[in-house]
Each structure stands twice: as structure tokens, then as C-alpha cells.
Ligand binder design. Structure first.
Ligand SMILES: NC(=O)c1ccc[n+]([C@@H]2O[C@H](COP(=O)([O-])OP(=O)(O)OC[C@H]3O[C@@H](n4cnc5c(N)ncnc54)[C@H](O)[C@@H]3O)[C@@H](O)[C@H]2O)c1
Length: 369
């Protein structure tokens, strides 16, 4: 029997909001987007016009609407904490775009407030629930590579000022390649291997200014306020050792996105900023073999984590892109920077469970069987 729909209000109607609106109103049966808001009312109106049944309202009105169960917070990183806290205080569950918040303090405050209010908090990325990364999860859980020994993750690029219409936030606190792209890589690694207990790292800023070449802000110069090349080493709680490099300072590379190395074999993990494959495995001295995906949601399924949260709200089960996972990832990203600043290893204060794997064979639009 179909569960009663969960009503969603979106705050932040910028670049990424279109795919959320599309998937939440057209793919996931349990979700019903009823309202959207933005500081810039025109943006909210434009999205409401594009997607029927959605009202454009002010943020204040959206938060005061008793019909809305979940706020999907698609604002810029520096507003994530404040907007989410206001939503929680209004009695709403919240799904934030990444990162969960900018500072650990904001993140902790949000988790505490959600607990007190009895609402759920979590957020992006939900790519770890996609067909590609769920196939990797199944291969690891079924023992195809043995016990994880090591992992490597690389995000090598030159930043977003050549294409994003408003790229300033990528170079301000809450931005930089680790806070912008790290959540995809770290969430995938934690889902596949488990939580991290200790890190070290080194960071640098190569270009103190960035010239915007995308429209409409072409010619604007952005002052870079955060490290733009971050190298990290992770000791996972289960003993595996990981390395990660995230960079906006290089012109690309040919390193893999993620590889996981086990006692019995190696796993080639797809780009964690996508939902699909390819997935390949190498057992012992054998050759690499591409593995067909075992799970659905291999297309851009942003909103899958919101749908999962909605099922959790209806059934009382745990949700996957949850507060422990998103906070652990936030803590980790800070820890690499702290380690670099202090010249020491940093012990993680937070931890989390690996979120449950998704069931196989789900019908399109469903998250529970
Ligand atoms: N653009 C992408 O490809 C992409 C992909 C994945 C995730 N994200 C994440 O999604 C989030 C939004 O990114 P974007 O690219 O859509 O940015 P954007 O700048 O295009 O849109 C953000 C919107 O939020 C609004 N906003 C800011 N503060 C607000 C507040 N306090 N209250 C209400 N509205 C507010 C802005 O007016 C703007 O319309 C970021 O966290 C980003 O990391 C973006």
C-alpha cells in the first residue's frame, strides 16, 4: 500500500533546485513538493511556474506552513546551518544540501535542536544510494575484495568559476574543494568502509584570486578565503588506511576517482558525484572485470535521500543520509584542515554507523520494498 505522501518545501531556488524539483515531484511517489522559497522571490516564482502544484512563498511563510513536513534546504553553504535551524525550530525535518553546515558548532547545534524537537536532520549527498555505489557496497559486503586494507580518492579540477552562474561561495568558508566536493567522496568511503577515527593533512592556496568567466558575473574577481588544494590521510575505525586529494588548483588528472583495496582484490568505484557506474573488480592476480549494477537509481536521482527520509518519517525506521553521517563528514573535512594547521594528527570526535544498504529490486520511485 502506498504510504501517505510527505509534504516538502524547498528553500533555495538556484542552480541545483531544478533536478530536486523534477525528481521529487515526478519520480518519488512518497514526496509531494508543495512550496518553494528564496531570498530572491523571482527565483522562487520561476520554479513554481515550471512545476505545477508548487507555490512560491517567502521563507517565513514556508516555515509557518503546518502542512509542510520536510524542508529541503538548497541554499548556499554559509546559510545551511541558519536556515536548517530555523526549520527545525519550526518543527520541520530538514534535508540540507552539502555540507551539513559550515562549522562544527553550527552542526552540533542543529543536531541538538533536532533531537529536542523530535524531527529528522540529514542531507546530501545521496549519490551513495545510487546504483553505482550500492553495487560497490554489495561487492564489499559480500566479500569480493576481502577485508578493506586501503582506499584512495581523487578530485582533481580547477574550480567552478568557468560555468557556475554565481561561483563566489566556492571560495568562501563552507566552500573550497574539500567542503564542496569532499562530501561525495567521504560519504561514499564511510558508506563503503565505515567511520574514520584519525586523520592528518596538508593544505594550500595556489591562486589567491579567481576570475569569473561564466555569465552573468564574467569579469568579477573573487578573493579566495579557503584552502583550494587539500591532501588528507585517514585511519578508518576498522583499520583500513585511506588517502584523499581534493583540488581546485590543478588542470585535471588521470587518477581514478575512488579505488578500494582489499585483502582479496581491488574495487574500482565510479565517480561519487554520479549515481551510476562503471564498477569493476579485480580478484587476486586476475584481470579487471566490469560488474553489472545490482541496484537501480543509476540516473541523476538527487532527492533519493529525501525520499528515504520520508519513508523513515512514515515508518519510524532509521534514515540513511542521516545526521550522524553528515556530521561525521563535516567533522572529517574540518579535521584535515585542522591537522594541516597544527602539524599533527587529529582524532575524530564524531563517529557514525554505516547506513543500511538499499534493498535490491526496488520499483522505480520506491525506496522501501
Ligand atoms: N550547482 C550544482 O551543480 C550543485 C550540485 C550539487 C550540490 N550543490 C549544492 O547545492 C547548494 C546550492 O547550490 P546552487 O549551485 O544551487 O547555488 P545557487 O547560488 O545557484 O542557489 C542558491 C540559492 O539559495 C538562495 N539563498 C541563499 N541564502 C538564502 C537564505 N538564507 N534563504 C533563502 N534563500 C537563500 C539564493 O538566493 C540562491 O537562489 C550548495 O550547497 C551546493 O554545494 C550544487
Amino acid at each position: 500500500m502506498a504510504a501517505e505522501t510527505v509534504k516538502v518545501g524547498i528553500i533555495g531556488c538556484g542552480n541545483i533546485s531544478g533536478i530536486y524539483l523534477k525528481n521529487m515531484s515526478q519520480v518519488f511517489d512518497i514526496l509531494e513538493v508543495v512550496a518553494c522559497a528564496d531570498l530572491l522571490m523571482d527565483r522562487a516564482r520561476a520554479k513554481a511556474e515550471e512545476f505545477g502544484g508548487v507555490k512560491a512563498v517567502t521563507v517565513r511563510k514556508l516555515l509557518a506552513d503546518p502542512a509542510i513536513d520536510v524542508v529541503v534546504n538548497l541554499t548556499v553553504p554559509k546559510a545551511h546551518g541558519e536556515v536548517a535551524l530555523a526549520a527545525v525550530k519550526a518543527g520541520k525535518s530538514v534535508y540540507n544540501e552539502k555540507p551539513l553546515a559550515v562549522t562544527r558548532r553550527e552542526g552540533k547545534e542543529l543536531l541538538k535542536a533536532a533531537k529536542a524537537k523530535g524531527v529528522l536532520v540529514g542531507g546530501a549527498p545521496d549519490t551513495f544510494l545510487g546504483g553505482g555505489l550500492q553495487t560497490c557496497r554489495k561487492l564489499i559486503d559480500d566479500g569480493w575484495v576481502g577485508e578493506p586494507v586501503a582506499a584512495a580518492a581523487f578530485m582533481m579540477g580547477h574550480g567552478h568559476e568557468s560555468w557556475h552562474p554565481d561561483p563566489e561561495f566556492f571560495y568562501k568558508p563552507g566552500g573550497g574543494p574539500m567542503f564542496d566536493m569532499g562530501p561525495y567522496y567521504l560519504t561514499a568511503l564511510v558508506s563503503l568502509i565505515g567511520p574514520v577515527k584519525r586523520v592528518t593533512g596538508s593544505t594550500r592556496i595556489t591562486f589567491p584570486e579567481r576570475l569569473v568567466t561564466s555569465k552573468p558575473k564574467s569579469g568579477t574577481v573573487i578573493k579566495v578565503e579557503v584552502p583550494t588544494h587539500i591532501v588528507g590521510v585517514m585511519d578508518f575505525a576498522n583499520g583500513a588506511v585511506g588517502t584523499i586529494v581534493t583540488s581546485f588548483d590543478v588542470w585535471g588528472g588521470r587518477l581514478p576517482r575512488i579505488e578500494i583495496y582489499g585483502t582479496e582484490g581491488s574495487l574500482s568505484v565510479p565517480d561519487p558525484n554520479t549515481f551510476g557506474g562503471p564498477v569493476a573488480v579485480k580478484r587476486g592476480r586476475g584481470d579487471w572485470a566490469e560488474v553489472p549494477l545490482t541496484h537501480g537509481y543509476a540516473e541523476n536521482s538527487r532527492g533519493l535521500g529525501v525520499a528515504d527520509m520520508a519513508y523513515a518519517l512514515r515508518s519510524g525506521r532509521a534514515h540513511r543520509a542521516n545526521e550522524q553521517l553528515t556530521y561525521h563528514v563535516l567533522d572529517l573535512m574540518h579535521a584535515f584542515h585542522d591537522a594541516s594547521d597544527s602539524g599533527k594528527h587529529v582524532m575524530l570526535e564524531s563517529s557514525c554507523q554505516r547506513p543500511a544498504a538499499l534493498p535490491m529490486g526496488l520499483r522505480e520511485g520506491l525506496v522501501d520494498e
